[in-house]
Design a protein around this ligand. Structure first.
Ligand code: GRF
Length: 220
């Protein structure tokens, strides 16, 4: 049996995080097999990124389902049909219920553009600016039933500059997202992420060190 992480990625939008994952897979930097990309939006730019990389794509349009449960059941069926074991949300703009999460228990991760638990939801960079924080960043976390509330795996930090707009801050955070998400997927592939309740430890040869706020590149 392959030791590689059998991954499905859910997207809704531009897909730059998906691209970072695709690049890491194609360049052999992470032990991940990207089985399928699923978009809930038929026109998401992310779809073309997956196609260009030769990865199977499915569109499961939430608008075509009567209920959230029916939509999520179809998502589960598509992912299982492609042999997916882990699910990464990458700019996926629907909240998932237990109907979905129970199908992949403790195997769904998300990336969020803020240092959780501060500024969950859809406007992380803008809220960070409005609140006047001096640092923000991104968080990769396990997904639970709440909005951006699950156990935190990794965070990367960026400064907030006096000259920042929501857009410039979001762009600075996004650069870190593109480093952090592939790195976390590699930690998961290596079985180095250990959960104990809300606390998550990274084990092995290159543990996170104190003061080491941003991730190194993934290593095999
Ligand atoms: C990212 O900032 C991600 O953290 C958030 O939505 C944005 C998606 O960007 N959930 P992309 O689609 O990966 O370019």
């Amino acid at each position: 049996m392959s030791a590689r992480l059998q991954l499905g990625v859910l997207v809704s939008g531009s897909g730059t995080n998906l691209q970072a994952i695709l690049d890491a897979v194609v360049q052999g930097r992470i032990d991940v097999e990207l089985k399928v990309v699923v978009s809930n939006r038929p026109r998401a730019a992310a779809i073309q990124r997956a196609r260009d990389a030769g990865v199977p794509v499915a569109v499961v349009n939430h608008k075509q389902f009567d209920s959230r449960e029916a939509f999520e059941s179809e998502l589960v069926e598509v992912l299982r049909g492609h042999g997916v074991q882990w699910v990464a949300l990458a700019g996926f703009m629907r909240v998932l219920t237990p109907r979905f999460l129970d199908a992949f228990p403790d195997h769904v991760v998300n990336i969020h553009p803020a240092l959780l638990p501060a500024f969950p939801g859809t406007h992380g960079p803008r809220q960070a600016l409005e609140h006047g924080v001096r640092f923000s960043g991104c968080t990769v976390h396990f997904v639970d039933g709440g909005t951006d509330t699950g156990p935190i795996i990794a965070q990367a930090v960026v400064p907030v500059l006096d000259t920042d707009t929501a857009e410039t801050l979001a762009a600075r955070i996004l650069q870190q997202e593109h480093q952090t998400y592939p790195w976390v997927l590699q930690l998961l592939a290596q079985g180095r992420v250990v959960r104990s309740g809300r606390r998550v430890r990274v084990t092995g040869a290159e543990p996170l060190q104190f003061g080491h706020v941003n991730p190194p590149p993934p290593s095999r």
